[in-house]
Design a protein around this ligand. Structure first.
Ligand SMILES: [Zn+2]
Ligand SMILES: [Zn+2]
Length: 498
């Protein structure tokens, strides 16, 4: 679409031949018009657009209606694609990588070549001629609920301390990292903070890189905030247009939000794809209001963040102990020689075989991590000769969920896995080993997460975690040290008894 700028008002031009008309990305400055409060506005449009940045195609209203809201200051237009000197930036996803832009003959005018962003194309095409549309009028009224939290569980002292900090940061609109060990129960730590925010009319979002987590958190939060509408957003979910006080979303879904939330809680900051994708960081920033609080949650902050915590540059609170008051199982290292070479001969290192035999003979379930799918396949063939019921899972396995469930039902004695099960899964009573823990896929945080699978349940708070390696790595040493540090901090604070 083209616009012309007259009397400081942007007007869409549907006829290409109009002189002075330009695609929106070529108009230098886009005026935001003052709010004309005496004019009426469409409440449905307000509900749909508030806190969002959408394309014309996302809005089921005629262009004239959108335009009149713009002229009365209820709507802002922004460039979807920003062209500066030799640089192109996508305003929705922050993409600056020139290889992720392409051109197409724009349908709106037939022959026009139009630049669009390939990076966020799955949310609809942002191109040089499309405005990003956002709401600039009053916020929709939100009914206040005085005490929205209905939960009668109890927090451990470690959780309570973190919960108080979260609450304070929510009230004061600050940033906080909650560094909670695997199995500490971090979700409960958010309840009071979220409740306080909701009671004061704030809009809250819990975002996480992983769809699995969204699906798990949705029902949990609906249960403890029964009077609050909760929007659960992931690729293909039906709540897309729901304006709810509480939103639970994948970080991808935040690409459609714009200055929407007073409180953003980002769970698993260190998880893929968030860590690897700059546009998701951009999406989180864009979704926050100018004045807002930000709570990060993780069991395994990056090295950079750990350093920032230590040097006082980042506000953080730790939960160094699990709710069952037992220390975290500490990984032991065992050299296993050139295991890859042995696998080629259809053998496993004897030290590994012994470890497995000891457990399976005693009916103890185990999880065995391997760095690569092909190596895992080989190990499976070898192990099945003695234990035919063993299964293996990896990220592309269509029966992933089924096999995890079989493991939960104790139908299989052992599950081989790639890092796909490093986080998010809980089996009540297992031992865990890593073969080839020297592989670079096993970062410090991956290893801490893997060790965190052990001893999670109240009835089985202990277990064995062994890293079988062909050469110790810095990541292994750091992972072990991180766990030891958490245990000694927990001991000092009186959070563990054993
Ligand atoms: Zn984009
Ligand atoms: Zn175009």
């Amino acid at each position: 679409m083209r616009f012309s700028l007259k009397n400081n008002i942007l007007t869409p031009i549907l006829n290409k031949e109009t002189p002075d008309s330009l695609p929106i990305s070529l108009i230098e400055a886009i005026p935001a018009l003052p709010l004309n409060e005496s004019s009426h506005f469409n409440y449905e449009l307000q509900r749909l657009l508030h806190g969002k940045q959408l394309l014309l195609d996302d809005l089921p209203y005629p262009l004239e209606e959108i335009q009149s809201h713009y002229e009365n200051g209820y709507i802002h237009y922004r460039k979807g694609i920003i062209k500066e000197k030799n640089k192109i930036v996508c305003a929705r996803c922050g993409n600056k990588d020139s290889s992720l832009f392409a051109s197409f003959p724009c349908a709106r005018f037939g022959e026009d070549e139009c630049t669009y962003c390939r990076k966020c194309i799955m949310m609809g095409r942002v191109s040089a001629c499309t405005p990003l549309i956002s709401w600039a009028g009053p916020e929709p009224l939100q009914e206040l609920t005085e005490n929205p939290l209905v939960w009668n569980g109890a927090l451990s002292p470690g959780q309570q301390h973190a919960s108080d900090q979260v609450k304070q940061n929510v009230v004061e609109n600050k940033e906080l990292l909650v560094w909670a060990v695997c199995g500490a129960g971090k979700t409960e730590v958010l309840f009071e903070g979220i409740s306080t925010a909701l009671a004061s009319g704030k809009r809250v979002c819990i975002a996480t890189p992983r769809t699995d987590v969204v699906l798990e958190l949705g029902p949990r939060l609906k249960a403890v905030f029964p009077g609050i509408q909760v929007a659960v957003l992931y690729g293909g979910s039906e709540d897309r247009h729901l304006q709810a006080p509480l939103t639970i979303a994948t970080t991808h879904q935040l690409l459609r939000f714009y200055k929407a939330f007073d409180t953003v809680i980002l769970d698993e900051v260190d998880a893929f794809p968030y860590t690897a994708d700059e546009s998701l960081h951009y999406a989180v920033r864009q979704s926050r209001k100018y004045i807002s609080s930000m709570i990060y949650l993780t069991a395994t902050p990056s090295q950079k963040w750990q350093n920032e915590c230590r040097s006082g540059k980042r506000d953080f609170v730790t939960i160094p102990a699990r709710y069952h008051r037992h220390p975290l199982p500490v990984p032991s290292f065992k050299w296993c020689g050139n295991w890859e070479k042995l696998l080629k001969k259809e053998k496993l290192p004897p030290v590994v075989t012994q470890w497995i035999k000891k457990r399976l003979d005693n009916q103890k379930q185990c999880l065995l991590f391997l760095p690569k799918i092909d190596k895992m396949g080989k190990a499976l063939t070898v192990l099945r000769k003695s234990y035919p019921k063993i299964q293996a899972v990896h990220s592309e396995d269509p029966d992933r969920k089924g096999k995890v469930q079989m493991m939960r039902n104790k139908e299989i004695p052992m599950l081989l896995t790639t890092t796909i099960l490093e986080r998010g899964v809980t089996f009540p009573n297992i031992d865990v080993a890593v073969i080839g823990s020297e592989d670079r896929i096993f970062t410090e945080s991956a290893l801490v997460q893997i060790a965190g699978r052990v001893g999670r349940s109240f009835d089985h708070p202990k277990g064995d975690i062994t890293f079988f390696h062909y050469g110790k790595t810095e990541s292994m040493v750091k992972a072990q040290k991180q766990i030891l540090n958490m245990n000694s901090e927990a001991k000092k604070k009186g959070l563990i008894d054993y």
